[in-house]
Write a protein that binds this ligand. Structure first.
Ligand code: G4P
Length: 288
């Protein structure tokens, strides 16, 4: 396919972020814990090079906890990088963020020069939800910080820690084919940019490889051993009554059911990529 997703404003966002980064001590990148590498923005990694980074694996309530642990270890092993898991149910997310940022930049901050943190993330990772949950009564208008518009908001996370939201939109940049499918499965890619049948088949292929118990339980399937993704999609369509005339399965409807169930967490706690898999996919993409 496959996923055609390169919306405009990318260059504008890049310039805005570059400008903002000059004053920033720690860069937070919010990721979707179900697809941490695919939901990262490779451009941001290059722009923030040399700065301490905090990776937030958000929506961990939807992800496979064992694989989230693998990813947290993977990120923590990188230089100047910390990683935490999070979800919208976290009672005091700002405390978690502040602790991680202080650890990353122990010599920064103080009442006269606060620790400045920038939060970035592609759409749909849950950035607005997190910011809203942390910002009640703590929003301040920005002062004269270079590159910051007067009316832009900053969030006071602690007396000496300020959080800034990314200016503009940071879109995903698809460099790895599997990453494109994973983004599409998660709902981060616009409907017009993908073929739902193809995305659901890729999703089913992965579930058949790693999550057979969850798959069979969700759709009350007896046996999927040796079956192909398209055969399973047809079975799901039949089970769910997604039929056209003449006993044919409505494949589009079946694909929508599979995708919606995954997005809503109805299929179970599932992660679509493991660190070691990602290394292989990325290597293959670079060789192409
Ligand atoms: P964004 O700013 O990064 O684009 O994401 P946003 O906060 O708008 O969140 C995108 C969707 O993800 C929202 O659902 C939101 O409720 C959901 N979400 C955010 N954080 C979490 C989390 O930790 N766990 C789970 N399970 N979901 C999370 P939506 O269906 O688009 O909207 P709504 O149903 O909340 O209205």
């Amino acid at each position: 396919m496959a996923i055609q997703w390169f919306p405009g404003h990318m260059n504008k966002a890049r310039k805005d972020v570059m400008e903002r980064l000059k004053e920033i001590d720690v860069v937070i990148e919010m990721l979707d814990a179900r697809l941490p590498a695919s939901s990262a923005n490779p451009m941001l990694a290059r722009m923030a090079k040399g700065k301490p980074r905090l990776m937030i694996l958000n929506k961990q309530d939807l992800a496979d906890p064992a694989i989230t642990s693998q990813w947290l270890e993977w990120y923590r092993a990188k230089k100047q990088t910390q990683a935490i898991g999070l979800d919208a149910g976290e009672r005091a997310p700002s405390q978690k963020l502040v602790a991680a940022c202080r650890e990353l930049a122990p010599n920064r901050g103080g009442l006269d020069k606060p620790l400045r943190v920038l939060i970035c993330g592609i759409p749909n990772v849950g950035k607005s939800t997190l910011i809203n949950s942390m910002s009640s009564r703590k929003i301040a208008k920005t002062g004269n910080m270079p590159g910051v518009t007067k009316n832009e908001q900053r969030i006071i996370l602690a007396d000496d820690v300020e959080l800034y939201d990314t200016p503009g939109m940071l879109w995903p940049k698809i460099e790895v084919e599997e990453g494109g499918y994973n983004l599409a499965a998660s709902g981060a890619v616009g409907r017009n940019a993908m073929d739902e049948e193809e995305v659901s088949l890729e999703l089913l292929k992965y579930l058949l490889q790693h999550y057979v118990p969850e798959l069979t339980a969700r759709y009350k399937l007896d046996e999927v051993d040796g079956l192909q993704d398209w055969q399973v999609l047809e079975m799901i369509g039949r089970k769910r009554g997604a039929m056209l005339g003449g006993g044919r399965v409505n494949i589009q409807k079946a694909a929508e059911i599979v995708l919606t169930d995954f997005r809503d967490g109805n299929t179970g706690r599932i992660t679509l990529e493991r660190p070691q898999e990602w290394v292989v996919w990325e290597k293959r993409a670079k060789e192409l």
